[in-house]
Structure formats: structure tokens, C-alpha cells
Design a protein around this ligand. Sequence first.
Ligand SMILES: C[S@@+](CC[C@H](N)C(=O)[O-])C[C@H]1O[C@@H](n2cnc3c(N)ncnc32)[C@H](O)[C@@H]1O
Length: 223
Amino acid sequence: MKIDILTIFPEMFDGFLTTSIIKRAINQEKVQIKIHDIRKYSKDPHRKVDDYGYGGGKGMVLMPQPIFDAVDDLKDESSKVILMTPQGRPYKQSSAYTLAKEKHIIIICGHYEGFDERIRTLADMEISIGDYVLTGGELPSMVITDSIVRLLDGVIEEDSHKNDSFNNGLLDYPVYTKPVEFRGMKVPEVLLSGHHANIKKYRQQMSLEKTQDRRPDLLERDE
Ligand SMILES: C[S@@+](CC[C@H](N)C(=O)[O-])C[C@H]1O[C@@H](n2cnc3c(N)ncnc32)[C@H](O)[C@@H]1O
């Protein structure tokens, strides 16, 4: 899979691309992630990419020309163009599974007041990572990239993500590590028993109870 990210702050991605599972996935060529500075596509002599919005109001607006040219340059018939915006479709684990099947994703990060409305016409999807407003689309683009990359074949063991929260509409079961007892809190006996069928049953039950307790809305959904 190839992911191209368009941003005016490429340096924000340095730590993201050089740490932990994302770094390993890149090194093992499971994914190719390229960060593109939108300014490089600007035809303005000073590499300007934003300006004041028509009609007044505070805040700079990203101009269409550099972003249209960048998408024209990077896009081919297999590409999905995603625009990060708080006005987009709320992002879910099921969206990550769908996007993990794509060959090529181009992500456009807005900044400041946002982007010229005409940029929306470039997007196959508009995605929001939640009902709050961040200063730019860089963190949201990292959020969705991370959620996709960990699902790609061979990046992490399938067993590690198949029971993750939201798969099968439930939250994950509780997990414990050493020591068996810590500050009076004990690891449940069943997990020490070695009895696989009982462990499986216990985990299913805990998953259900946690979901009922914390996210009953998940049990009411049929998506
Ligand atoms: C300050 S925001 C602009 C918000 C815009 N004025 C609005 O209210 O819809 C700047 C950029 O950050 C990104 N952004 C902010 N919050 C986001 C969210 N919850 N999900 C996805 N992108 C977000 C978008 O790319 C957006 O264009």
C-alpha cells in the first residue's frame, strides 16, 4: 500500500514515521508513506499557499491551486483521495478495515481556518476523527494512517488485532501481566489455569460486560 500525505508542516511527521510499528512496517516494505510539502506545488513566487477568506473573517484559508496540482501529480486510477475535516464522516474501526484494502491513499491536511471549499471536489471521502476541532489535519492523518497500517498483512500478528475493541461490536477483554498479585490486586484465577476453553469463555463474558457497562450504544448498533 502507498500513502501520500499533503501538508504544510511535513516536520510534524518525523517522529511518527521513525518510531515503533510504523517504522517497522515501512522498513519491511509493507507500506510506503510519503509526506509532501504543499508549498512545493505553489506557483506563487513566494511559495504562498494560503490567503484571507473572501467575505471577511479571521484566519487564513488554504488556496486551491497548490492542492489541485499536488493531487493531479500523485493520483492514478487506483487512488482514493481523503480530506481531513471535522465536517467529515466520523472515523471508525470499520473505516480502517475498509481503507486497509486500498492500494493507494492520498490524504489532504487542512490548516488554519481550513481550505477553500472547491478543494472538496477532489475528495472521494471526507473524514473526521471526532467532534472537536484541531489546529490542522496532520494529527488526524496520522491517526488514520496508524489505524490502517497496523491492519496490513504481516504488520502485527492477526491475533493481536482480531479481538481489539470494536471488532465484533465489542470492547476488548481485560489483560494482565506479571506479577500475579500487585498491591492486593490479583490476576483472575481462570487466566492462570491453563484451561483454554474456560479462558475463552471468561474473555467473551468480560468483553460483553465491559461493553454493556462502558459502551452500551455499541450493542444497539447493527453496523
Ligand atoms: C482549525 S481546523 C478548521 C475547522 C473549520 N473552520 C471548521 O470549523 O470546520 C483546520 C484543519 O484541521 C483539520 N481538522 C481539525 N479538526 C479535525 C477533525 N476533528 N477531524 C479531521 N480533521 C480535522 C482539518 O483538516 C481542518 O481543515
